[in-house]
Ligand binder design. Structure first.
Ligand code: KIV
Length: 294
């Protein structure tokens, strides 16, 4: 008699199984994220650029995956996100979405609108967002303050969920003069607050706050009742946290920024490191405002 066939026959080159070995959690949706926030549970987000890492992060319990234009640096070796094209974003979004589908993944999938793909007009933004939504994204993210509010409103009214991004906005790194903490003085903090309120009013359901002083991020989080703040270098007071996956796995080719913790150091596997990240965000031990914030 032949031995029983394995549940997932061995497949070369890390091919994903066709079904998850894990019991699937409920798909993550905007109402589910709002529920988490209302219950005081922190939202977890990581970047993902390919099918396999997306499936592993989903299985490790991450709620939101971001196909960030950081893929320019992480995957393409570019010096900044400025050179990332819409076609590159579409390709990686499709890869991540396919990886999630293969394992019946349930994460909420966000894709970055890259530099100059939404700057001309709301109509241009809609065409760019459509390409990413058709590739499998559930939400698009765009960078910038008040000038983006009409575009956010235009997309949201047409059924496209939008995540805004304030503070350090890497697509404008040259205008900002480098990767620096934003909103430090009173006037800059007031401007950031005004932009955040305008973006919430325009319908943004999420707001990434990058490299913003922790007290400012916490105050904005309390004020924005309808827009969940997701911090990166913004302290522990935001509704959720995001990191670039390669940074938190300790495979950044440069030096990790102060706000990153290398979760691979005490983990035996990539999945273990991501599970530790999820646990640390949920139990409030990451980020530690004395180490990872300003
Ligand atoms: O592109 C990206 O990875 C991002 C995160 C840093 C939030 O925008």
């Amino acid at each position: 008699m032949n031995p029983p066939a394995p549940a997932h026959p061995a497949s070369p080159y890390g091919t994903l199984p066709t079904a998850s070995p894990m019991p699937p959690r409920k798909p993550i949706s905007l109402p589910r994220l709002a529920q988490l926030r209302a219950a005081g549970e922190k939202i977890t987000m990581l970047t993902a650029y390919d099918a396999t890492f997306a499936a592993v992060a989903d299985a490790a319990g991450v709620e939101c995956l971001l196909v960030g234009d950081s893929l320019g640096m992480v995957c393409q070796g570019l010096p900044s996100t400025v050179g990332v094209t819409l076609e590159a974003m579409r390709y990686h979004t499709e890869s991540v979405a396919r990886g999630l589908q293969r394992v019946q993944g349930t994460a909420w999938l966000i894709a970055d609108l890259p530099f100059a793909s939404y700057h001309e007009s709301p109509e241009q933004a809609l065409r760019s967002a459509a390409a990413l939504m058709q590739a499998g994204a559930h939400m698009v993210k765009l960078e910038g303050g008040g000038w983006t509010a009409p575009t956010v409103r235009f997309l949201v009214e047409r059924g496209i969920p939008v995540c805004a991004h304030l503070g350090l906005t890497p697509q404008t790194v040259h205008a900002l003069g480098g990767y620096r903490v934003q909103g430090k003085d009173e006037q800059a903090a007031a401007t950031l607050r005004r932009h955040a309120l305008e973006l919430q009013d325009a319908g943004a359901a999420m707001l990434v706050l990058e490299m913003v002083p922790a007290p400012l991020a916490a105050a904005l989080t309390a004020e924005l009742a309808h827009c969940a703040t997701i911090g990166i270098g913004a302290g522990s007071g935001t509704a959720g946290q995001v990191l670039v996956m390669h940074d938190m796995l300790g495979i950044n080719l440069g030096r990790n920024p102060k706000f990153v913790r290398d979760f691979m150091q005490d983990a035996g596997s990539v999945r273990g490191a991501i599970e530790a990240y999820v646990a640390a965000v949920k139990n409030g031990s990451f980020p530690d405002n004395t180490l990872h914030a300003w």
